[in-house]
Design a protein around this ligand. Structure first.
Ligand code: CP
Length: 355
């Protein structure tokens, strides 16, 4: 079967990303031309975890394209509360809808769901793993606001360990020439090693910083993130991290006039509210760009036969993934699918090393 499932933005080529951005810009320029583009089509939004932007921007995107939406934003109001597994839910919804957007707190769930979906399926966030359409949002914003995706110095700040948006963004921007990164976090919340491997493999320059004040003066882009309270083992551990990096007026005064501030949102306290009126603060505009990016994605997945997403070569493995956060722990019927990377056996669902 042709792969039309967007699980990881890394599966898209630079040309495909350019095509998405071009389509998003065309829609922004003349939205009326797309008012009936998806007449008769149905999007299912299956949100097993809370969301404002991703869920509503997907719903709005489909409505603006002339389609309709079904779904849930609380699985306890669905038959999941009676013990229905993911496979059965997806097998059924795939018979109702033309395209599925799914968010789930467990890593690898979107990939698992795609095995049982007869229609295109989009990962809207799977635990601390990936959030490809947030990255789509970010790169549409960068393309519109900076005019390029290359030769930028990007500071990413906050919860770089659990922040799936940061992982997806770094993986994508590392493909473009001349980008460098400043990784600003506490030692406890630093990026996972596999992200460092990606930066090194792509010959991307990067620095590790523990001071936002020191790092800010030289950046083209500052990407702030929330400390992900829901991913901590204890409240004490969260409390120790929550106020470490706060972008306030004093720090922003050290930044360049052409630096832009992005944030996937929701914000807690990591950007003080008085900064919202600064022309460099683009996070609300960014959320709007995301809707256009998602309109473009829906259109290309449903209507462009050439927009096929690359599938990686997988094999059945005798070993079970032992990542406690992997979907294979809770959905026991899943096959032990793996792929080879740099001589290692990796879980096809959560991308963690198996052997
Ligand atoms: N950025 C983002 O994913 O926001 P929501 O959690 O509100 O969807």
């Amino acid at each position: 079967m042709t792969n039309k499932n967007l699980i990881d933005l890394e599966a898209l080529s630079v040309d495909q990303i350019a095509k998405l951005i071009k389509k998003a810009k065309k829609i922004m320029q003349s939205p009326a031309d797309y008012r009936h583009a998806c007449d008769g089509k149905i999007l299912a939004t299956l949100f097993y975890e809370p969301s404002t932007r991703t869920q509503m921007s997907f719903q709005t995107a489909m409505l603006k394209l002339g389609g309709r939406t079904i779904g849930f934003d609380n699985p306890m109001n669905s038959s999941v509360s009676k013990g229905e597994n993911l496979k059965d839910t997806i097998s059924v919804i795939g018979g109702y809808a033309d395209i599925i957007a799914i968010r789930h707190p467990v890593e690898g769930t979107a990939k698992a769901a795609s095995l049982y979906s007869g229609v295109p399926l989009i990962n809207c966030g799977d635990g601390g793993h990936l959030h490809p359409t947030q990255t789509l949002t970010d790169i549409v914003t960068l393309s519109c606001e900076k005019g390029r995706l290359d030769h930028m110095k990007i500071g990413v700040c906050g919860d770089l360990l659990n922040g799936r948006t940061v992982h997806s963004l770094i993986k994508t921007l590392a493909k473009y020439e001349g980008n460098s990164f400043v990784l600003i976090s506490t030692k406890e919340l630093s990026v996972p090693l596999y992200i460092i491997d990606i930066l090194e493999k792509n010959n991307c320059k990067y620095e590790i910083s523990h001071s936002l004040s020191d790092a800010i003066s030289d950046l083209d882009v500052l990407y702030m993130t929330r400390i992900q309270r829901e991913r901590f083992k204890s409240e004490d551990e969260y409390e120790a991290q929550k106020n470490v990096f706060v972008l306030d007026r004093e720090k922003l005064d050290r930044a360049r006039d052409d630096m832009i501030i992005l944030h996937p949102l929701p914000r807690v306290n990591e950007i003080t509210v008085d900064i919202d009126d600064d022309p460099r603060a683009l996070y609300f505009k960014q959320a709007q760009y995301g809707m256009y990016g998602r309109m473009a994605l829906i259109l290309l997945l449903l209507q462009d036969e050439d927009f096929v997403i690359a599938s990686r070569e997988t094999q059945l493995c005798s070993q079970h993934c032992n990542n406690p956060k992997c979907v294979t722990q809770s959905e026991a019927y899943l096959p032990n699918l793996s792929y080879r990377k740099l001589g290692m056996q990796m879980c096809d669902f959560c991308d963690k090393r198996i052997d």
